[in-house]
Design a protein around this ligand. Structure first.
Ligand SMILES: [Zn+2]
Length: 66
């Protein structure tokens, strides 16, 4: 797959790359299909991110003393 597709879905492309990719997307059926598949991924990434960050937040019970 083109790495730009994932970057586009994750919203990490800067303006120039974004415009270039959207222009490419217009003429690239493969990227259009990959884009549709990848649009489900951010949800999965959110789930993965929540697990470690949640355990960090829950970690210090002592900070309650503030
Ligand atoms: Zn493409």
């Amino acid at each position: 797959m083109h790495p730009e597709v994932a970057a586009y879905v994750l919203g990490v492309l800067d303006d120039a790359d974004l415009q270039a990719f959207e222009r490419h997307l217009d003429s690239c059926e493969r990227c259009q299909r990959e884009l549709k598949e990848l649009q489900d991924v951010p949800d999965l990434l959110d789930d993965l991110k929540l697990q470690p960050s949640a355990s960090e937040d829950d970690d210090p019970p002592i900070s309650m003393s503030r």
